[in-house]
Design a protein around this ligand. Structure first.
Ligand SMILES: [Zn+2]
Length: 375
């Protein structure tokens, strides 16, 4: 794309104010590449930044201390695209190549000395962590973006730009499964069948889970969890029948799990973040089992640590990925074994991103898994 053309970008100006603006293209530095965006998914965190109390985006009148970016910020961090320009130092990529973007920034982007986490290879925990699409320069809800070359991962043969846009949310799920210690042949409980819960469910199949239980209260999401390969889908609000008599387990999730797994499941992934999912998840795992939190919590929950200590249960959490998570997700995509495209429930144009994208997702949350914006 020539430098004289203008670019349409969906920018967050303030809480509740998202506008499609026309801006000038950014220069492409020596270690950067310019991408024509193909698709960019809307994340739950985008909705939260737009309408809730922002966690990641810069506050009014402030700038991110590492990137120097303040409002308005271009949103969108789940993107795929085609390279249209290469910086002079970029040798491992080529113009015309289809890529997905790992949107994370760390010490390497700022020329800073590696922090403790980066030194240990955990750039996702960098103390200077930032991300395109929330608090760095550029985002995926735009005609184009300029990113560092190290953020680009070439899409393997057979992986379309459309499916490639799912690499980021799937990398979240992959990282959580990997760091939970999950092993083939183990059983799992997924609490909540929203986009991340469903991504974990899909990937657990490729990790050869022995049995996957999913809890969900919305009928449409329960149905989708069945389509996505859950072995058992449980509505935690559905009362247990009385056949157990006095002293029988009254929690429908625990009661159902114990029919086939009397000691409990190996790992529970909490993708809801409620007091009830924390309590149920910890009770559902076997002695020595793992409760893994993937949810973002709006307020602190209560926990009786005796429930952890007495049966040597483990409490872990994670939310962000590493480059190898993207690489392994792309490999899983290229294998063709899992129909990841079933996660895409709608594709809308950039012009229609607010109404057809953000508002539609807020109105019919249970109906959608992933809405992609196509500039
Ligand atoms: Zn660091």
């Amino acid at each position: 794309m020539s430098q004289t053309e203008t670019v349409r970008s969906l920018r967050l100006h303030a809480r509740g104010s998202l506008r499609l603006d026309t801006v000038q293209p950014l220069p492409c530095g020596p270690d950067e590449v310019r991408l024509k965006i193909a698709y960019c998914g809307i994340c739950g965190s985008d909705i939260h930044e737009f309408l809730g109390a922002p966690i990641f985006s810069p506050g009014p009148g402030t700038k991110n201390e590492h990137t120097g970016i303040g409002l308005p910020v271009v949103m969108g961090h789940e993107m795929s695209g085609t390279i249209t320009e290469l910086g002079s130092n970029v040798k491992h990529l080529s113009v015309g190549q289809d890529v997905c973007v790992n949107p994370s920034l760390d010490d390497r982007h700022f020329g800073a000395k590696s922090c403790f986490s980066c030194e240990g290879g955990k750039t996702n925990l960098c103390k200077r962590w930032a991300t395109y699409g929330l608090n760095a320069s550029g985002g995926g809800f735009s005609d184009e973006i300029v990113v560092k070359d190290l953020n680009c991962l070439a899409l393997p043969a057979g992986v379309s730009l459309k499916v490639g846009a799912l690499a980021e949310p799937l990398a979240v799920a992959w990282h959580c499964i990997r760091t939970s210690g999950f092993k083939a042949g183990q059983s799992a409980l997924v609490l909540g069948a929203g986009p991340i819960g469903l991504a974990i469910l899909l990937l657990l199949r490729s990790w050869q889970a022995e049995k996957i239980f999913v809890t969900e209260v919305a009928e449409q999401r329960m149905e989708r969890a069945r389509q996505f390969g859950a072995d058992v889908v449980i509505n935690p609000l559905q009362p247990v029948s009385d056949r157990g008599g006095e002293g029988a387990e009254k929690n429908p999730v625990l009661s159902t799990i114990r029919e086939s797994h009397p000691d409990g499941v190996d790992i529970a992934f909490d993708c809801s973040g409620l007091q009830s999912t924390l309590d149920t998840g910890i009770a559902a795992i076997k002695p020595g089992g793992t409760f893994f939190n993937v949810a973002i919590h709006e307020k602190p929950l209560q926990l009786n640590l005796n429930d952890i200590a007495c049966l040597e249960k483990k409490l872990l959490g994670g939310i962000c990925y590493l480059k190898e998570d993207f690489e392994q997700v792309l490999e899983a995509m290229a294998s063709g074994k899992i129909p990841f495209e079933q996660m895409i429930t709608s594709v809308v144009s950039l012009d229609n991103a607010i109404e057809g994208g953000f508002q539609s997702l807020m109105k019919d949350r249970a109906q959608h898994v992933k809405i992609l914006i196509q500039p």
